[in-house]
Design a protein around this ligand. Sequence first.
Ligand SMILES: C[S@@+](CC[C@H](N)C(=O)[O-])C[C@H]1O[C@@H](n2cnc3c(N)ncnc32)[C@H](O)[C@@H]1O
Length: 226
Amino acid sequence: MEVTRRAIKSYVLRQGRLTRGQQQALDRLWPVYGIDFKPGLLDLDTRFKRSAAVILEIGFGNGDSLMRQAVSTPQNNYLGIEVHRPGVGHLLRLAGDAAISNLRVINHDAIEVLQQQIPDHSLDCVQLFFPDPWHKKRHHKRRIVNQEFIQLVYLKLKPGGLFHLATDWEDYAEHMLEQMEHTQGFTNTASKGNYAENTDRPPTKFEHRGRRLGHGVWDLVYRRSA
Ligand SMILES: C[S@@+](CC[C@H](N)C(=O)[O-])C[C@H]1O[C@@H](n2cnc3c(N)ncnc32)[C@H](O)[C@@H]1O
């Protein structure tokens, strides 16, 4: 009998209900902003209808922060990946209302998207803001930040590109720092062993929630070697 092994995922798909507005946004705006998941490399210039720096955000949640970036920095192309469909609907609605053209969205597991759709050395920046902390020790294997993931990000970044991580969970921040410091080919922009200060990242929904609960916030910004 053939046994298929299920890879450990960094998320559990909550079957949250779509609001009417989110469903309408998905119906109307997916053809404008959506990129379907299917194996095969994307031509990013064609998808954005122009050539510009590409910023990839993994797990954008409801997309409030990604939206603010896309509006405030129209010279960049923003590609968001999120598995949670209501969040995708929320972001599409905001994007449609603002009629922006520098945003594209993929509704799928970011690991598979990176592996199968994103060309090597094509990204100027990868952003991972407040990934699920999986705080119980027995769940740590679900954390998206591990050596395999970091190597994948390295491969997809252009030489000199940035990898920006943030978390409100101290133990995860320490894990990120340790993993990144031990990876060849990345330089800590805040100097070895330090967290980044004063990044101009807009706050996210999850971050607001963490601050209300009294959590700290740790940012890490690494540059891929040339
Ligand atoms: C804790 S939330 C943070 C959301 C947002 N970045 C924020 O700060 O508000 C983590 C998000 O990552 C998404 N996620 C987790 N693993 C993912 C994966 N492999 N691919 C795409 N999205 C993922 C989850 O669905 C969730 O929305």
